[in-house]
Design a protein around this ligand. Sequence first.
Ligand SMILES: Nc1ncnc2c1ncn2[C@@H]1O[C@H](COP(=O)(O)OP(=O)(O)OP(=O)(O)O)[C@@H](O)[C@H]1O
Length: 231
Amino acid sequence: MATIELNNVKKVFGVDGAATEALININFSANKGEVIAITGPSGSGKSTFMKILGGILSATSGEIMINGLNYGDMNSKQQSRFRLDHIGFILQAYNLLPYLKVKDQFKLVDKVKKTGNMSADEWKQLAAELKVTNLMNKYPDELSGGQQQRVAILRALYTNPDIILADEPTAALDGQMAIKSMELLQELAHKQNKTVIVITHDARLLNYVDKNYRIVDGQGEFIDTDDDVLV
Ligand SMILES: Nc1ncnc2c1ncn2[C@@H]1O[C@H](COP(=O)(O)OP(=O)(O)OP(=O)(O)O)[C@@H](O)[C@H]1O
């Protein structure tokens, strides 16, 4: 069974004359243990696709199945709980809370999700790998973009999600750290059987993915990962 399945998904923003068809007819599936790149030109629908996948945005029509459950059948409370338990988001805006020091971002997670998070040892080890150990007493606005992005990766992985949705997770990182982060995501998929879906414009990262789902003008298809068509 696929972990994620989208059938005939459509998303229209606005109404009548002002309507934008961001996604026209999306059919997509992802399995456990896979890293899938989402590529395509600017404005083609990639972020919209990712938001629908993560339940941040609802589809205009179509079916979204995650871990065998129909997302559309859940009420908003069930959807929030499902997201917390199963999905790790690494978004462009880093989703760190501005009024909390880095270390307190994790304490907050412990309050809302009391079980199943990383152990203290796992957390320390990953923090060291991502080079964020010495940033724990800082507020997000005291960090560079790359530092915020690395903390956001740690924060997203802290809950041990089985699905990781990342919107350009390496955009603010230097080359070496970008590769290291992709290796980390690939390892999580291949060794821990997680599903990793990554929007990227960076051709180098295609070396770390199993499939490339390309979206153009709201329509998507799987293409060969050797075709490094990104824009
Ligand atoms: N909240 C919104 N309201 C109205 N239109 C929107 C909204 N969000 C996105 N769109 C439109 O939907 C289309 C797809 O946008 P989307 O952000 O998904 O593209 P993208 O492929 O992620 O682009 P980029 O690579 O530049 O981030 C665009 O035409 C965009 O203007």
